[in-house]
Design a protein around this ligand. Structure first.
Ligand SMILES: Nc1nc2c(ncn2[C@@H]2O[C@H](COP(=O)(O)OP(=O)(O)OP(=O)(O)O)[C@@H](O)[C@H]2O)c(=O)[nH]1
Ligand SMILES: [Mg+2]
Length: 260
């Protein structure tokens, strides 16, 4: 079966990155279709994206009326990709911390698994060296919580990933509730619990190239609350997620060692 590949990017105030990112993605050897979901960015990113979509039919833009959170944007992108019949969905940020040059490696890794996730912990020790100490601390703290509270070694807080939509049923994503940045570790946890096979691709992450971070203190608190909730569900009893609603056990694609 031929692959139908989509790259999804949420945008909020990415005026200086959007066009460059779109060009970099379309220049990849497999020339993926691209979907942007813009939350009515005050800096005019939406108009730039409309211009790009008007020039290239493989570029799609969805506008939402206001800032609704990075998690709901990703869920929207995932459901949109299923509805349009894509077999693989790659997701990344618009700020060039996630370099499009890695995507062919993701594609290669996806041949043997259901879900590919980047990891900042297997690459060079120089990784994250451009980041501010605060941002580096948040990322490392998130990783400590992922390991200690969810029992996963995956770099679960990253959005730099690939989902095999041809192998993951869309209902899996019904269990993801987080609207903000917690979407990333919650969705990774659900995929991990459900036994989907996961491969990790080591990446080096430079700091954001232009514009400002949207990761604020409210997002940090919301993530902490979600970590606690998932931890409570984990220790108090079976987590009633997709993996328990399944009627038949999965036979294809055995889970790999990654993240177990
Ligand atoms: N549509 C939409 N996009 C968002 C929202 N919040 C963040 N984004 C986008 O999501 C991606 C990640 O946001 P960032 O601000 O880079 O968050 P981060 O990667 O944690 O922070 P830095 O890279 O350190 O700046 C970027 O492409 C943002 O423009 C949102 O509420 N809605
Ligand atoms: Mg970023």
């Amino acid at each position: 079966m031929s692959e139908k590949i989509l790259v999804f990017i949420p945008t909020y105030n990415e005026r200086r990155n959007a066009e460059k990112m779109c060009r970099a993605l379309r220049a990849l050897p497999f020339a993926p279709d691209v979907l942007f979901v813009d939350d009515n960015s005050p800096d005019g990113t939406g108009a730039i994206l409309d211009h790009l979509a008007a020039k290239d039919p493989a570029v799609h833009v969805v506008h939402r009326p206001g800032k609704q959170g990075i998690g709901t944007a990703h869920l929207f992108g995932i459901r949109w990709a299923y509805a349009q019949g894509y077999s693989k969905l790659m997701t990344l940020d618009c700020d060039f911390t996630h370099r499009p040059e890695y995507l062919p490696q993701f594609l290669e890794a996806s041949r043997e698994c259901d879900f590919v996730i980047s990891t900042r912990y297997g690459a060079s020790p120089e990784n994250l060296k451009d980041w501010t100490p605060y941002r580096r601390f948040l990322t490392r703290f998130g990783h400590i919580l992922t390991t200690a509270m969810l029992g996963m070694t995956l770099d679960a807080t990253t959005s730099f990933r690939l989902y095999r939509l041809d192998r993951i049923p869309v209902e899996v994503f019904d269990d993801v509730q987080a609207a903000g940045y917690a979407f990333f570790f919650e969705s990774a946890y659900i995929l991990h619990l459900a036994g989907f096979s996961i491969r990790e691709v080591p990446v080096v992450l430079p700091a954001r190239q232009d514009g400002e971070s949207k990761m604020n203190f409210a997002e940090v608190l919301a993530s902490l609350r979600r970590f606690l909730r998932l931890f409570a569900l984990r220790v108090m009893g079976p987590y009633r997620g997709y993996h328990q609603r399944r009627t038949a056990p999965r036979t294809q694609a055995k889970p790999t060692a990654a993240g177990r």
